[in-house]
Design a protein. Structure first.
Length: 297
């Protein structure tokens, strides 16, 4: 009954007139909380295990843009590097490669992988995208993979401009929502993304939904590229990837004990081959991939 008191017309007018407006800080905190969901140790392990590897074309486009515009290949930093999936791709192109992430657990995973790969010119550290621990005009390239939408754009761009050398390049790239080739599986996944996880996505997921078409980098000399890639994976890996989403982590916090993800796995298994063990079921996914490139004057 108390809840329904707000239904009356006069009460609605009073509510609209006198209730305080939430300060911008509340919205900022929601973005920060979504961004920091990747910090937990278990989440860092999930991220490292299941996040897709970027196709070679991403590196090719970055190298081509730098070369054709007179850039250099001395030093670079991968911001919000996570467990290093995109950082290691550039190890053979630059003399020194830095990876930085707000999460110590993600950095720990990246360092472990770096040791396994024996990349002597790659190092990882913790730090914020809005306060980069590098000297002025020290970098030839700044990259951020599937992360720009989490940042405070003005602060990040100011830091990028500070640490980039003249003719240095900023590259922001990522992949959009997966698109299963099986139409019924596509419908099941769409329902899970926008109905089951409704209310769990941060507002800024709109930038991923639009493949960064609503974002602009801070320099006039710029270009973007869009393409699709097929990522081969078995059904458990596809489910593991979904479990790494920040929205799913939030959903689990709000709905402890939910079987929504296992229910999705069951339904996908039924459509893709119920007579085959799920570990053998092909769940290849088609991803839209996008990259924005811009060069500092």
């Amino acid at each position: 009954m108390a809840y329904r008191l707000f239904e009356a017309g006069s009460q609605a007018l009073t509510y609209a007139k006198f209730r305080p407006i939430y300060p911008p800080r509340i919205k900022e905190q929601s973005v920060i909380m979504a961004y920091r969901l990747f910090e937990a140790g278990s989440q860092a392990l999930t991220y490292a295990k299941f996040r897709p590897i970027y196709p070679p074309r991403i590196k090719e486009l970055i190298v081509s843009f730098i070369t054709s515009n007179g850039g250099k290949f001395n030093q670079m930093v991968d911001v919000a590097c996570g467990s290093g999936q995109s950082t290691f791709d550039m190890a053979g192109c630059f003399n020194t490669v830095h990876g930085i992430d707000i999460s110590q657990e993600q950095v720990n995973q990246a360092r472990k992988k770096c040791k396994e790969l024996k990349h002597e010119n790659v190092e990882f550290r913790t730090g914020s995208a809005e306060d980069l621990p590098f000297e002025d005009e020290s970098m030839d390239l700044v990259t951020c993979a599937e992360a720009l939408h989490w940042f405070d754009f003005n602060k990040f761009y100011a830091e990028v401009d500070r640490i980039l050398k003249p003719k240095g390049v900023l590259a922001a790239y990522g992949y959009g929502f997966p698109e299963p080739k099986h139409p019924i599986c596509g419908a099941l996944l769409t329902h899970f993304i926008w109905d089951t996880l409704k209310g769990c996505w941060a507002d800024r997921i709109k930038y991923i939904a639009s493949n960064y078409r609503d974002l602009e980098l801070p320099y006039s000399k710029s270009e973007r590229h869009d393409f699709y890639v097929d990522t081969a994976m078995k059904l458990p890996d596809a489910i593991g990837f979904i479990s790494s989403w920040s929205a799913y982590q939030r959903y689990c916090e709000l709905n402890p004990g939910s079987t929504a993800l296992s229910d999705l796995e069951r339904d996908l298994h039924k459509e893709l081959g119920y007579d085959v063990p799920k570990e053998l079921v092909d769940a290849t996914i088609n991803y839209p991939v996008f990259i924005l490139l811009a060069q500092k004057p």
